[in-house]
Write a protein that binds this ligand. Structure first.
Ligand SMILES: CC(=O)SCCNC(=O)CCNC(=O)[C@H](O)C(C)(C)COP(=O)(O)OP(=O)(O)OC[C@H]1O[C@@H](n2cnc3c(N)ncnc32)[C@H](O)[C@@H]1OP(=O)(O)O
Ligand SMILES: O=C([O-])CC(=O)C(=O)O
Length: 399
């Protein structure tokens, strides 16, 4: 009756009461050396380094290198890595053509998922799962995602693709390709901070998806494609877009703080989930929020939009008072991207561009010590039964 094999305790089927860990909540399933999420100390380490220190002192390219290689690059290693990354920034004609065929009604997450799949299908090295080949593929995807995301945003406004600039760092180039003008340093820094904070977070749903796919000995592009599907959902990465929809429902501008509280009370009365709040692991606040909130505040000042901070603060405070639930990273990231000029539907693809580093690091870690991921289920359907006699194919009653 049950797939579950009792490990200890009563062994008769009737007496066996398997414990179900719904949503795998609280279940450690493997080791990882890539990041440590510590809800007790409210800290997040990438390869041992506090993420706040990384955000304050290195670039996103250095963080990507760290996640993949385990150590920060020295000057020579960084120069070689940057050259490699910049060399892969362009987007080939075939990927652009397939993206162009997708309707504008397609969500940008569907577009980025399709584009990654196309890149995988056209890479002759896809079946090569050696660590060297997978690292090369990871760098290619990392380098190309800004072109994919900006190509899609711009085609939705009937604007031409902006070719990457090889004299700019990752984040400055990303903004250049999106908006076609040289970005200001303050904006580049805030964007780079968001990329660093989004890069990696242990066994979250999309990373776990990538590891499940890798565990079957599938290829790294399939793992990333699947992970994008998992990130799209509003309970995960899709929340950064949903936060902005909430801000829009509230209505920005004068008096927005008061409207935010009324909006929240109505939403809670309808038992709606408030996107950008709560977390499966952190129960006392997300370790990344203070750093991202600082970046948001800098952007609010830069673009002179105090109404955004008014809504942000009013919702955060009221949610704390009513539910004692704190914001997660998606909460400050959404309005920060809005201020920079990104279309709301592009927020989760921006998360993809960052998290591809973590996903691919996890795929390589999974490959290095693989075990097929295949948990058990406990059957709860009808008892065994048998198909009643039925007519044969010619309609005659069965003999
Ligand atoms: C980068 C990221 O992926 S971070 C996460 C982004 N996702 C979101 O922001 C979506 C909104 N948040 C949520 O839905 C949840 O907090 C999750 C899914 C992130 C984590 O939730 P879980 O650990 O599964 O807890 P669960 O959803 O069961 O919530 C526990 C209780 O808190 C409530 N709760 C949790 N988050 C919220 C929220 N955002 N709004 C309202 N109530 C909430 C639940 O309704 C539940 O209440 P109940 O016990 O009365 O039924
Ligand atoms: O860890 C999680 O469950 C979700 C999250 O914050 C992330 O993926 O960054």
């Amino acid at each position: 009756m049950s797939e579950q094999t009792p490990q200890a305790g009563p062994t008769s089927e009737a007496a066996f009461q398997p414990q179900i860990f719904k949503g795998l909540a609280g279940v450690p399933v493997d080791y990882t050396a890539i990041s440590k999420v510590n809800p007790e100390s409210n800290s997040l380490l990438y390869r041992g380094y506090p993420v706040q220190e990384l955000a304050a002192s290195v670039t996103f390219e250095e963080v990507a290198y760290l996640l993949w290689n385990g150590e920060l690059p020295d000057d020579t290693q960084l120069a070689a890595f940057e050259e490699l990354e910049r060399g892969h920034r362009g987007l080939d004609h075939e990927t652009k053509r397939i993206v162009d065929e997708l309707p504008l009604t397609a969500h940008p997450m569907d577009v980025v998922r399709t584009a990654v799949s196309v890149i995988g299908a056209s890479d002759p090295k896809t079946p090569d799962d050696s660590p060297e080949a997978n690292l090369e593929k990871s760098v290619r995807l990392f380098a190309k995602l800004p072109s994919i995301v900006t190509y899609d945003q711009r085609r939705r406004h009937e604007l031409e693709f902006v070719e990457p600039r090889l004299d700019l760092g990752y984040s400055a180039n990303f903004l250049w390709q999106a908006f076609g003008e040289a970005p200001e340093l303050e904006v580049v820094n805030a964007f780079d901070t968001s990329m660093i904070l989004y890069a990696e977070h242990s066994f979250n749903a999309s990373t776990f998806t990538a590891r499940v796919i890798a565990s079957t000995l599938s290829d790294i592009y399939s793992a990333v494609t699947g992970a994008i599907g998992a990130l799209k959902g509003a309970l995960h990465g899709g929340a950064n877009e949903a936060v902005m929809h909430a801000f829009d429902e509230i209505g920005l501008g004068e008096g927005s703080g008061e409207r935010a509280v009324a909006w929240l009370d109505a939403a809670l009365a309808e038992k709606r989930k408030i996107m950008g709040f709560g977390h499966r692991v952190y129960k006392n606040g997300d370790s990344r929020v203070p750093t991202m909130r600082d970046a948001l505040e800098r952007m609010v000042e830069h673009y002179d939009r105090p109404d955004i901070l008014e809504v942000y603060t009013a919702l955060e405070q009221a949610m704390g008072e009513r539910k004692n639930i704190k914001p997660n990273l998606d909460y400050p990231a959404g309005p920060t991207y809005h201020l920079m000029g990104w279309d709301t539907e592009m927020f989760t693809p921006l998360f993809v561009a960052s998290r591809v580093t973590g996903w691919t690091a996890h795929v390589m870690e999974q490959n290095a010590a693989n075990a097929l991921i295949r948990p058990l289920s406990v059957y709860s359907g009808p008892d065994e039964r048998h198909v009643p006699p039925r007519g044969n194919a010619s309609g005659e009653p069965a003999a």
